[in-house]
Structures are given as C-alpha cells and as structure tokens.
Design a protein around this ligand. Structure first.
Ligand SMILES: Nc1ncnc2c1ncn2[C@@H]1O[C@H](COP(=O)(O)OP(=O)(O)OP(=O)(O)O)[C@@H](O)[C@H]1O
Length: 261
C-alpha cells in the first residue's frame, strides 16, 4: 500500500499554464475521485501521476520517492480501453503479465489471464476474441482485468466508463468497487477521473474538485472513516443530496469558493 503526496505541482503545455500549484496528500488504499469541468486538466494530472509528463515545478511522491517516469507501480485504465487491436482479449492481458512477471511460463500466464478475466466476469470464450468483436463494456472489463493482472499498488483510471451506456456503467462501477474492496490488506490507491458527481459519490473515499485553468484544487471532501455511500443514500439521504448539489454548483462556478483546504 502506497501513500501519494503532490507538492506544489505546476504544469504547462508550451506557454499555457494548465495546473497551478496542486497540493494533495492521499493515504494508501484511498479511492480518490477527481472532478472538474471539461478541459480543466484532470487527464493531464493523471498523466503526471503516471510519470508520462514532467511537471514544470513541484513534485509527486509515492511513499516519499519522487516520481520520475512511468513504471509498473502505477497501472492505467483509459476511456478508450487502450487494448492492442491486433491481439485477442486474452493476449492483451498476457502481454501485461509478461512485462511484470518475467519468469511465468506461457501456460502459467494463460491460466492467470483466465483467472483475471473470471474476476471481471468475462467468459472463457472471450479469451480468443479480438477487441473489435467485443462490446464497449466487455472491452473495458478486459482493460480492467489487464490493469489488475499486474497488481499495481496505484491505479489511475481516466473516465473509464465515460463511453458506456447507463446500465453497463452501473455494473462496472460495482465491479471496480468489488475488486477494490476485496483486497482488504493490500488495497489499491485509486485515482479516478469522472465528470459524473453521482459516480464520484458512489466510488470515492475522497473527492477533489479542480477549478478551471490554470487549475487549482478548489474543493475537497473526505468521507469519515472511509464510509461509502450506496446508490440509495445518494438519492434519498438529505445530507448526501446537499453534498451532491454543492459539488455540482462548485464545478459549474455557481458558488464563489476560494478553497476549503
Ligand atoms: N498534448 C497536449 N498539447 C497541448 N495542449 C493539451 C494537450 N493535452 C491537453 N491539452 C490541453 O490542456 C487542457 C487540459 O486538458 P485535459 O485533457 O487534461 O483536461 P480534462 O479536465 O481531462 O478534460 P476532459 O474532462 O474534457 O477530458 C485543455 O485545454 C487541453 O486542450
């Protein structure tokens, strides 16, 4: 389990300042949801966490070690699945396993890939199918299986369910929560970008809201004792409803807020 801290992080694309002095302390095993308007820099922030971009100033630390480049400690799941189109679903998982577990034989990797597919409720027959033969939900299950197969202590998820229909989205939200919760001793620290406040309320132990560019963190909310809301509470409970409405107003600049941190 790994803690993450972000200290005075700033980042520009050429001359455009996108992230301006971002600070964050995240405890190991937290489920962090990142909210903010389109274009505010959430994906950019995830790319910095992944080590795919370098900050102009400031640093990201994972257990006090500065992030300098991408590595297998941080897995990534993208909205567009990121599967190699020329490989079958099974091969997409096996190639990730090969990177991480170099000593596994082919049959061991195949067995592990099948086990990971079962975890995300994909039938064995999907193993030999190409991504183009799968529905969006199946592709995303495959991408999730691949990310979990290398067992990264930190998982970065960039709007993973943004392209899916409502029912599939609900199923995959439940699946990710189930996978995250079942690792009680070694829970992953998840950073999850979403536009959807309800999704954040359902998944998050902590919510961070980014303002518009140059973006700062303008609001945070942590649930006490990592208590999680269920779907019914989000829609029926007055406190949860008030938080939901408040978050929506903050994201859409309807309330003037400097920062609550
Ligand atoms: N490779 C790039 N080169 C130049 N500018 C970029 C690049 N990637 C993103 N940007 C710009 O940086 C800003 C932040 O983009 P980013 O994708 O991080 O925002 P976001 O909050 O994730 O948006 P969305 O919610 O729409 O995905 C935007 O203005 C975008 O146009």
């Amino acid at each position: 389990m790994l803690n993450v801290s972000v200290k005075h992080l700033s980042f520009s694309y050429d001359k455009d300042l996108i992230l301006d002095d971002i600070n964050m302390k995240v405890k190991a095993g937290a489920f962090i949801c990142l909210l903010g308007q389109s274009g505010c820099g959430k994906s950019t922030f995830l790319r910095l966490l992944a080590g795919l971009e370098k900050p102009n100033s400031g640093e990201i630390f994972v257990n006090n070690e500065s992030v300098k480049k991408a590595d297998l400690q941080r897995g990534v799941v993208f909205q567009d699945y990121g599967l190699f189109p020329w490989m079958t679903a099974g091969e997409n998982i096996m190639i990730a396993l090969k990177q991480k577990f170099k000593n596994l034989s082919f049959s061991q990797r195949k067995a592990e890939a099948l086990r990971r597919m079962k975890d995300v409720k994909l039938a064995e027959s999907v193993f030999d199918k190409l991504p183009k033969e799968l529905s969006g939900g199946m592709k995303q299950r495959c991408a999730i299986a691949r990310a979990f197969s290398i067992d990264p202590p930190i998982l970065l998820m960039d709007e993973p369910f943004g392209a899916l229909d409502a029912v599939t989205r609900i199923k995959l939200q439940d699946l990710v929560l189930e996978l995250w919760k079942k690792e009680t001793a070694n829970r992953k620290t998840i950073f999850f970008v979403t536009h959807d406040v309800d999704e954040a309320l359902l998944l998050a132990t902590d919510i961070f809201v980014f303002g518009q560019t140059p973006s700062k963190i303008i609001y945070t909310h942590s649930f006490e004792n990592d208590k999680k809301l269920d779907r019914k509470t989000i829609h029926d409970d007055s406190e949860a409803m008030a938080l939901r409405n408040h978050l929506i107003k903050i994201i859409h600049n309807e309330v003037q807020i400097k920062s609550n941190i």
